[in-house]
Design a protein around this ligand. Structure first.
Ligand SMILES: Nc1ncnc2c1ncn2[C@@H]1O[C@H](COP(=O)(O)OP(=O)(O)OP(=O)(O)O)[C@@H](O)[C@H]1O
Ligand SMILES: O=P(O)(O)OC[C@H]1O[C@H](OP(=O)(O)OP(=O)(O)O)[C@H](O)[C@@H]1O
Length: 324
């Protein structure tokens, strides 16, 4: 909700018990509040055309690669890794290769390694790809970190962000044991949207707002007044340090001052981590009134995310026509 509001698409929800809402700046969009675990399926079956959920949930729950696809994979929040973790006390097991050996050892002794997880599909595929074939998955939906202590599994595959929960439960991540890196993503059902131009237009607007906001985030717009003989002179001074001269070079415009001096307004977009470098450079160029402002949006010629989504729809239609 905070992320959408920061993108200028604030969601109105009458109260926390109401499971529907609206976006006043994009009339025509109905918002459905669902559990993160259910969102992929809701979008896949078409009860919602788009959704926001963790990439982990998308990859685990979708039934095929075409029915629900990510439009934007990195919304910049909800970052976590899906990892394999074993008890700290397993001193000889530190990597995924050690785990492969252990699985074999267990098997030879007539036992199976038990792994508790909420994402069996992702985990099974990951283990098979690494030649680990002997294991039993123990399905669990929460507080997995307690499984080895409680005794219902030998190790776990679960989400970790700061690593605190694993540490507190005396577990360690295996080297090479990151199964998936995830963050919140925007997903959509291509066939549901392809059939309705009005919905597709709303999907485009929503994607544009999110994408342009995320694209703007790493930058400040800096403005300053610089004295000089001509606009060319001023821009040459600024461009002497190309790495802090803006993403496309500075915009330089004459200031019509009452003092009849030759002042120019300079405006540039710079990466946030170069702010003080850019300020020093502008000062060296004689800049005054140096101001930096947070950008809300940065639009390109077209939304790359939406163009990618449309390409995907086109290739699905192509395949469908081919089969017909
Ligand atoms: N510690 C974390 N830090 C950041 N993001 C996380 C973290 N844990 C999980 N996530 C992301 O948030 C999503 C939802 O988290 P989680 O699986 O804990 O569900 P939940 O909050 O318990 O929701 P519910 O039980 O209501 O379905 C995950 O699928 C993952 O993408
Ligand atoms: O690495 P950390 O920062 O400690 O985060 C990891 C924990 O966060 C998630 O749980 P969440 O808080 O969402 O609770 P839940 O899964 O029990 O609902 C995840 O399932 C881990 O238990």
């Amino acid at each position: 909700m905070r992320f959408l509001a920061s993108c200028g698409v604030k969601v109105n929800r009458p109260n926390s018990r109401r499971y529907t809402g609206s976006i006043p700046s994009l009339p025509g969009i109905d918002v459905l509040f669902q559990r993160t675990a259910d969102i992929t399926t809701k979008v896949e079956e078409g009860s919602a055309e788009m959704g926001v959920t963790g990439y982990d949930r998308l990859m685990e729950y979708r039934h095929d690669d075409d029915s629900v696809i990510p439009v934007m994979e990195d919304l910049g929040f909800g970052g976590c890794d899906y990892v394999l973790a074993v008890p700290d006390s397993w001193l000889d097991v530190t990597s995924i290769d050690d785990l492969a050996d252990l699985a074999l050892e267990f098997h030879e002794r007539g036992r199976q390694l038990r792994i508790a997880t909420k994402y069996p599909r992702l985990l099974r595929r990951y283990l098979f790809e690494r030649g680990i074939n002997y294991f039993t998955l123990v399905p669990a939906s929460g507080t997995l970190e307690a499984a080895p202590i409680a005794g219902y599994a030998d190790l776990i595959a679960d989400l970790s962000a700061t690593g605190t929960t694993l540490r507190e439960n005396r577990l360690k991540i295996l080297d090479g044991g990151t199964i998936l890196t995830s963050q919140a993503c925007l997903i959509a059902n291509p066939s549901a949207l392809a059939g309705c131009p009005a919905d597709l237009e709303l999907a485009r607007s929503l994607t544009e707002m999110l994408e342009a906001h995320l694209r703007a985030d790493p930058y400040y717009r800096i403005t300053a007044n610089v004295q000089g003989r001509s606009a060319d002179d001023v821009s040459a001074m600024i461009l002497a340090r190309p790495e802090i001269a803006g993403i496309q070079g500075p915009t330089v415009a004459r200031v019509f001052s009452v003092e009849e001096e030759d002042w120019y307004a300079v405006s540039l977009l710079i990466r946030k981590n170069r702010l003080l470098d850019a300020v020093s450079h502008l000062r060296e160029c004689g800049g005054v009134d140096i101001a930096a402002a947070q950008l809300s949006y940065l639009f390109k010629g077209e939304s790359q995310a939406f163009a990618g989504f449309m390409d995907r729809i086109a290739s699905l239609n192509g395949r469908r026509d081919h089969h017909a």
